[in-house]
Design a protein around this ligand. Structure first.
Ligand code: BYC
Length: 332
């Protein structure tokens, strides 16, 4: 399937000369780093692609609460529990800002939720892996939030105003999340032998899936070329993955942990680490719904949606009553 799609080489992206005047004026605004706002004219493809990316990003924040929420009751100290609780609440907030940003494009949050629950819309592959030990809370904060920041800092400059503004606050909070994860890893890596092993095991399990968070390799990325031309995306998947590896390897060394990649080497000529690609068959399999926790994650979201029905219905009934009362007052 992926071989047939538009590749990130630029194939399939119109040049200015091929655009009609409206599209061309829009592209020129993008090229000049103007922000596009909700009421501005935009090509249908721009709107659709943004809804897809922002919607999936929002779903990732919400589903992303599940693997960490799993450890709130089992955090080793009251302080760790309070910190983890705050972090998980932050992720809920991120989901809400992002749903609001997507709604400015004309899609409702209910529609996006239905598309998530039916499996039509994706969420980040990383959240289909289980969190088995307390060290996984460290690895998630350090690696998963670390990868998220690498991807999201440039998105503060994305062309769509509401998305760019949502990213500013999200990035501030993500950097706190990353530090709390690294702090857990430091405690574990410098703790007892059993704790050090647990930290190494968490790194072993989360390294490959964290590299996958940046999406398929550039040659298999369907959306990159057009998304980058529209500045919906500021960097290619491979560029950000490389930056993440370059930043994270020294952090692992500082912890005294070993990145699970025998081919990892500093390449003096390139000024970057050479590293092994993650298992892309596994990645595409997870995207198809076959990861270790896909079923469990969607079941949890479906359950929350069903159990929240009475709240949504109650709020709608209350709003209808208020509208009717206001209409009656206006009629008198
Ligand atoms: N997982 O053409 P490509 C967080 C899909 S939450 C699943 O390269 P694109 C956190 C892709 O959607 C962080 N699917 O796509 C929360 C496309 O399929 P569709 C989430 C993936 O969009 C709680 C197909 O593969 N961050 O940090 O140009 C606790 C081809 O890919 C993935 C964001 O969402 C994946 N990893 O690039 C802790 C950031 N990768 O849609 C932490 C915003 C690719 O055609 N999103 N696919 O069916 C982006 O920057 C981009 O969407 C991506 C992918 C770089 C992720």
């Amino acid at each position: 399937m992926y071989a047939q799609m538009i590749k990130s080489t630029g194939e399939g992206v119109k040049s200015l000369d091929e655009m009609d005047p409206q599209e061309r004026a829009f592209q020129e605004r993008i090229n000049a780093n103007d922000k596009i706002e909700p009421k501005d004219w935009m090509p249908d493809g721009y709107r659709k692609n943004l809804i897809r990316q922002i919607g999936q990003h929002a779903h990732s924040e919400i589903v992303g609460q599940l693997p960490e929420g799993n450890w709130i009751t089992r955090a080793p100290t009251l302080e760790r529990k309070a910190i983890l609780l705050a972090k998980v609440q932050d992720e809920a907030g991120h989901g809400l800002y992002l749903y609001c940003a997507a709604e400015t494009l004309g899609v409702s949050r209910d529609q996006m939720t239905r598309d998530l629950l039916s499996g039509k819309m994706k969420y980040s592959s990383i959240f289909n892996y289980p969190t088995l030990t307390w060290a996984d809370m460290g690895a998630v904060g350090w690696l998963v939030d670390g990868a998220a920041i690498m991807n999201q800092v440039p998105l503060q400059r994305t062309s769509y105003g509401p998305y760019a503004r949502a990213m500013v606050r999200i990035c501030k909070e993500e950097s706190f999340h990353q530090r709390q994860g690294y702090d857990i890893m430091m405690k574990m890596a410098n703790g007892t032998e059993a704790q050090r092993k647990m930290a190494q095991d968490a790194l072993n399990r989360f390294w490959g899936p964290s590299l996958m968070m940046f999406g398929p390799s550039d040659e298999n990325s369907v959306h990159s070329a057009q998304s980058m031309a529209w500045k919906i995306k500021m960097n290619s998947n491979d560029e950000l993955r490389q930056k993440f590896v370059d930043q994270t390897v020294p952090q692992a060394e500082y912890l005294g942990l070993t990145v699970p990649d025998d081919t990892l080497r500093w390449n003096e000529e390139r000024g970057h680490y050479d590293f092994a690609q993650p298992d892309w068959d596994e990645f595409f399999d997870v995207l198809k719904g076959n990861g270790p926790c896909n079923t469990e994650r969607l079941e949890a979201r479906n359950k929350a949606w069903d159990e929240g029905r009475w709240v949504r219905e109650g709020l709608l009934a209350h709003a209808a009553k208020k509208r009717a009362a206001a209409a009656q007052v206006a009629a008198e």
